[in-house]
Write a protein that binds this ligand. Structure first.
Ligand code: GRF
Length: 221
């Protein structure tokens, strides 16, 4: 069983989706803990209620970003994760701390990267007049939301959409996309590094695409 640690700053719906998937028949991963920079993160309470290891570290208690990140990683590594998943983790992680981490880390981001790294992705997609929007799971690298993209889920943008309706529909996709990516990694089919994603040893030339709950090569979608 793959051991998954989650970093989260907010309500934790992606964490819950992952936890539920880990409890489904045949799942090959366990969520072993949730860690946060926010004492009030809903994800922490949900994880504690589920009996998981949890910790909150306050960034203000550390001299600088790298100090906080190293302390957080030290705490996370106690549960010996095979994979660290950022699920609504809203802090930038320092390059120095990341360089010393030898556990792969992935993130879910609510846009079709490389479009719209950072915040307010739904409003930005609308303002640009995009015909589609979605979510991406990518490898975490020192540059914000810029690591190689593993997989995406796409939705059409309708004439009546506003940022709120788009966010809700993208979130539904996130809840499918993230567990699907972790499940694929747990099966040993994904190889991740800071530059590339390989599927069964073959380098992906484009992100996998989520269709009916399955991750497909983009040429088959
Ligand atoms: C998600 O949209 C995630 O992609 C973004 O923040 C939101 C977190 O939602 N980075 P939740 O805390 O998982 O409910």
């Amino acid at each position: 069983m793959l051991r998954v640690a989650v970093l989260a700053s907010g309500r934790g719906s992606n964490f819950v989706a992952l936890l539920e998937a880990s409890r489904a028949a045949g799942a090959q991963f366990n969520v072993v803990g949730v860690y946060s920079d926010r004492a009030d993160a809903g994800a922490l309470k949900l994880a504690a209620d589920a009996g998981l290891d949890t910790a909150h570290l306050d960034p203000r208690a550390y001299a600088d970003r790298v100090g906080f990140d190293l302390a957080l990683f030290e705490r996370v590594l106690r549960v010996q994760p095979d994979l660290i998943v950022c699920a609504g983790y809203m802090r930038i992680i320092s390059a120095n701390a990341l360089a010393r981490l030898d556990v792969p880390m992935i993130n879910i981001h609510p846009s079709l990267l490389p479009r719209y790294p950072g915040l307010n992705t739904h409003a930005r997609a609308l303002a640009a007049g995009d015909a589609e929007h979605g979510a991406s799971v990518h490898v975490v690298t020192p540059e914000l939301d810029a690591g190689p993209v593993i997989a995406q889920a796409r939705i059409p943008i309708g004439h009546n959409d506003d940022a709120e309706s788009l966010a809700a529909r993208v979130l539904e996709q996130e809840h499918r996309l993230l567990p699907a990516c972790v499940a694929l990694y747990a099966k040993g089919q994904l190889q991740l590094d800071h530059a590339h994603v390989h599927l069964n040893g073959v380098q992906l030339s484009a992100p996998l695409q989520l269709h009916d709950g399955h991750l497909l090569l983009s040429e088959y979608t």
